[in-house]
Design a protein around this ligand. Structure first.
Ligand code: SAM
Length: 291
């Protein structure tokens, strides 16, 4: 089968099958071999690797992954693409296609069944409308993920990499920092896709930490505190956390924790680093236990 990483071959496959792009599935297919090579290189794939690809489309990147990896499992929601994938990937016996919504797949179970629970590398040109739930799901649901190398919307890549004080800083930045080391591989302009997206894109690699960089008594509480802080971004932490229906703390308890940490009573969440959020969550945890 011809290499699909160029516009001519992609158009040929699409026309042959009368495929109609579906906007609701975020379908923008890669048509640039340089970008594809860069993604494969950045993911550091070897023949020992098991790769999970999310949204193979017509199988463009899947072909590159199948060449480089030991085994590839690709999850595609659009059933119209399944017969096309059968054809474009016919030459590879190390690829499994699953016709399913990735958000409904038990990825930890899949990694266990297909790879004996060993570490998985995730590589994808993601459907942008569900970037955050996909990434958070991979980190939070016990999947043995080693790294995630993905194409995302440029603004989202910036949010993942930003720190306190920046307008892009938020819950996603902190979650990414907690779980992984983020590295921006490349910015990718709209003309590398068919059809062209309205937004800029970027490839980012998230390499999972062996141990989180901060120690917390209660991980769930840390993320509840982070979410509540950014849900009400303009509010002070005292008000935002004290009024949050997700959290059991009064405004006074939050004020006491901030005071113990030597922080201003009017500080906002956007000013706190991951270390400070961890310290705050640990303080709140301790204060909640005092009768
Ligand atoms: N990998 C292909 C490429 O690079 O040319 C296609 C990438 S395209 C940006 C995103 C792909 O994800 C589409 O094929 C789309 O149908 C698929 N997709 C969208 N939502 C999905 C979901 N919930 N689960 C699995 N696949 C999904």
């Amino acid at each position: 089968m011809a290499n699909l990483g160029n516009p001519k071959n992609t158009v040929e496959v699409i026309q042959k099958h009368g495929f109609m792009f579906q906007k609701k599935f975020g379908q923008n297919f890669l048509i640039d071999t340089h970008v594809l090579d860069k993604i494969i290189r950045a993911a550091g794939i070897t023949k020992d690797d098991f790769i999970l690809e999310i949204g193979p489309g017509i199988g463009t990147m899947t072909q590159y992954l199948a060449e480089a990896a030991g085994k590839v499992c690709a999850v595609e929601i659009d059933r119209n693409l399944i017969p096309i994938l059968g054809e474009t990937l016919a030459d590879y016996d190390n690829v499994t296609i699953i016709n399913e919504d990735i958000l409904k797949v038990d990825v930890a179970g899949l990694a266990m069944a297909e790879n004996g629970g060993r570490p998985v590398k995730v590589v994808a040109n993601l459907p942008y409308y569900i970037t955050t739930p996909i990434i958070m799901g991979l980190f939070e649901s016990g999947v043995p993920v080693e790294s995630i190398t993905v194409m995302v919307q440029k603004e989202v890549a910036e949010r993942m990499k930003s720190g306190p004080g920046s307008k892009d800083y938020g819950a996603l930045s902190l979650a990414v920092q907690y779980y992984a080391e983020a590295y921006l591989v490349a910015n990718v302009p709209p003309n590398c896709f068919m059809p062209r997206p309205k937004v800029g894109s970027a490839v980012i690699r998230l390499t999972r930490h062996r141990e989180p960089p901060v120690k917390v008594t209660d991980e769930r509480l840390l993320f509840q505190v982070i979410r509540a802080s950014f849900n009400q971004r303009r509010k002070t932490l005292q008000n935002g956390l004290g009024n949050s229906p997700e959290l059991p703390f009064t405004k006074e308890t939050v004020a006491k924790a901030l005071e113990d940490m030597g922080l201003s009573p009017i500080v906002r969440g956007e000013a706190l680093s991951l270390e400070q959020f961890a310290e705050l969550a640990n303080h709140l945890c301790g204060l909640a236990m005092i009768p």
